[in-house]
Design a protein around this ligand. Structure first.
Ligand SMILES: Cc1cc2nc3c(=O)[nH]c(=O)nc-3n(C[C@H](O)[C@H](O)[C@H](O)COP(=O)(O)OP(=O)(O)OC[C@H]3O[C@@H](n4cnc5c(N)ncnc54)[C@H](O)[C@@H]3O)c2cc1C
Length: 392
């Protein structure tokens, strides 16, 4: 609908065809079933990996396909636009870029080929902490260097997919907040290999949708010093490099959700007859759908612009940050608006589980809050783009 296939390059068209073929084998009933059972979509994830999509963005020299953010966006958007949920994949994509760009050759050689082959997974970054909330500089999880390794203590909250991941990326302080000149200094990031690591307690947090989210407790967790990504204390800048593509990928999932909702609303508005005519003939029903469609086209354009800028290799982090944040904001608001419009269009039937509307409605609410809340996105735009005095 939104994706104009004629605009795509031949390679992108092939990727789109490949992911559509995979999705067609599952259908919406699969996503409904895993949601009803609150299960991780293991079958789909396995096949996604076998088809090579897990290694899509890993550089070719490590056995991946070396695709860019635009192609990754197409893949994730299509999953959500077909009634699915691409959550298990965005983490692997942006963390693959993070590791490819900033990790040592040792880390890259050890993990990237296996990630590319789909033998192992790296699906989550453990950043959020209960006390710090949106203020990531206040994380307290601490990694102390001792005898050639780091020893991590602390806790994290709302960390996704940990039980289905072999590797996670953990954000910790290596210098306490009180001892740094700039509050963004003294943060470091580590690849933690869960298969070989002891001391992490993982408890599930049940959420309003099928998310596989956990709280983590680190007690004297030993990580080899080689697993530090980049320089100690400079983690904040690496995280920023990861968060911009993350925001663009999230925007793509939201655009996929909005496409799905609008498709459902349009279809139902045409066939549901009340008072002797299709409900869509009423402007009270058709205008909200038309309005959110217009918003979708706008969000899509910003998302593609952001993805193309990132792929161009341009190092202007400020410009990429601006577009990535705006794309995430517009797309998440659009998906949520589309979810509500579709609920209204369906009347009572939107709440019937079998229509799938309430499932996607619950899931699409997340992205107004995570990975960064839209208030904080607006604060970013106000402070960093418009130069208005900081509110924090
Ligand atoms: C299902 C799920 C999965 C998640 N997965 C991950 C994950 O894999 N890894 C990870 O690290 N985190 C994850 N998160 C955490 C998520 O990123 C945070 O919930 C999010 O960043 C918001 O932090 P918070 O919940 O602590 O909200 P808070 O920071 O407590 O904010 C609460 C409210 O106050 C507002 N607010 C706070 N400060 C300001 C301000 N200065 N100006 C204006 N408004 C403000 C916020 O916008 C928000 O509306 C996940 C969360 C959920 C729910």
């Amino acid at each position: 609908m939104v994706l104009d296939e004629s605009e795509l390059k031949e390679e992108q068209r092939l990727i789109l065809r490949g992911i559509k073929e995979l999705l067609d084998k599952y259908g919406e009933s699969y996503w409904q079933e895993v949601d009803n059972k609150n299960e991780y979509p293991s079958r789909f994830v396995d096949e996604f990996a076998k088809a090579g999509f897990m290694g899509a963005v890993i550089p070719e020299e490590y056995g991946g396909s070396g695709l860019g953010l635009t192609e990754a966006s197409i893949i994730l958007e299509e999953i959500n636009a077909n009634g699915g949920n691409a959550q298990p994949f965005h983490g692997q994509y942006y963390l693959s870029w993070l590791v490819s760009k900033f990790a040592s050759n040792y880390i890259k050689d050890q993990y990237l080929p296996k990630l590319a082959r789909g033998e192992i997974r790296m699906q989550s970054m453990a950043l959020t902490e209960a006390e710090a909330g949106s203020d990531m500089t206040k994380v307290k999880t601490f990694a102390e260097k001792r005898d050639g390794k780091y020893v991590i203590n602390g806790n994290k909250i709302f960390i996704s997919r940990v039980k289905y991941s072999d590797l996670i990326v953990v954000v910790a302080r290596t210098t306490p907040y009180e001892n740094v000149e700039k509050k963004t200094d003294g943060l470091s990031i580590f690849v933690v290999d869960l298969r070989q690591t002891k001391g992490i307690v993982i408890n599930e947090i049940k959420t309003m949708f099928n998310s596989q989210t956990y709280e983590l407790f680190f007690e004297n967790v030993e990580v080899p010093e080689e697993n530090l990504i980049g320089d100690e204390g400079k983690g904040f800048s690496y995280i920023m490099h990861a968060l911009n593509p993350e925001r663009i990928l999230i925007a793509s999932e939201c655009i996929g959700d909005a496409r799905w909702f609008i498709g459902k609303a349009v279809g139902y508005a045409k066939i549901r007859n009340v008072f002797g005519r299709p409900i869509g003939q009423n402007q009270g029903v058709q205008f909200p759908i038309a309005k959110v469609y217009a918003e979708l086209v706008a969000a899509d354009a910003v998302r593609l612009k952001a993805a193309k800028l990132y792929d161009s290799g341009m190092e202007d982090m400020k410009k990429i940050g601006e577009l990535a944040n705006i794309a995430k904001y517009l797309a998440s608001e659009c998906a949520w608006e589309a979810a509500n419009v579709t609920m209204d269009t369906y009347g009572g039937y939107g709440m019937a589980v079998d229509t799938g509307i309430e499932r996607k409605f619950r899931a699409s609410r997340l992205y107004k809050v995570a990975p960064v809340s839209n208030n904080l996105v607006l604060a970013y735009i106000a402070h960093n783009v418009l130069g208005i005095p900081k509110s924090y």
